[in-house]
Design a protein. Structure first.
Length: 209
């Protein structure tokens, strides 16, 4: 009879131990699920953030050759001239800088690959008589110090246009102000944003639907 009592007592003790373990397991499992949910939420947040960054980055193209690189490439070919305009646009899917400059007698044009810095084309021709002897040189030469980069100009222009992507850039001069004229395209909508090439101040916005 004594043996039976001990057996029952042992069985009851084991049952209580197992019950205790079972009670602890849901808490542990719940913590695990909580961590899993936190991880999923964090992953979702990271993905959303990445998507937003990607969308912003799409509006700001990047080129291996900066405008300063293009200026340097031109000056290596024509060191004793002044630059009068710089254009950056695409031809057959590839982007090129077209840099124009003058000396006292001639005007020059150099085309530079925006990814490799290779000079792909050069041409020159005599200035008109009324543009020679430094006249055009003095009137049209650009102030190339402290220029905003192509990417910075694109960011300002696309922010101003509200949507689309920058596709073409012109660096020119008017009323002694050197400016970037950036074209932003969004489907059939085109917006041209003119901004001070040094300060980034928006000077003019032209919308073409």
């Amino acid at each position: 009879m004594m043996k039976k009592t001990i057996l029952y007592t042992s069985t009851l003790a084991l049952a209580l131990i197992f019950a205790g373990c079972a009670a602890e397991n849901p808490v542990s499992s719940g913590n695990g699920n909580g961590n899993g949910n936190t991880s999923n939420s964090s992953s979702s947040t990271t993905t959303s953030s990445s998507a937003a960054t990607s969308t912003t980055t799409e509006k700001v193209p990047e080129f291996k050759v900066s405008v300063e690189d293009a200026i340097q490439a031109y000056q290596e070919v024509h060191p004793d001239t002044d630059i009068t305009t710089i254009e950056l646009d695409s031809s057959l899917g590839n982007y090129f800088y077209k840099v124009e400059g003058v000396d006292d007698e001639k005007e020059y044009e150099v085309t530079i690959d925006a990814q490799t810095k290779e000079v792909t084309k050069q041409k020159e021709e005599a200035l008109d008589a009324d543009e020679q002897k430094g006249v055009k040189r003095q009137e049209d030469k650009l102030d190339l110090s402290d220029l905003l980069s192509v990417e910075e100009a694109a960011k300002i222009a696309t922010d101003e246009a509200k949507s689309g992507q920058a596709t073409d850039w012109d660096l020119d001069k008017e009323m002694n102000v050197t400016y970037w004229d950036v074209q932003v395209k969004d489907g059939n909508k085109e917006t041209n944003v003119k901004l001070d090439a040094k300060t980034g101040e928006v000077l003019e916005v032209e919308l073409d639907d």
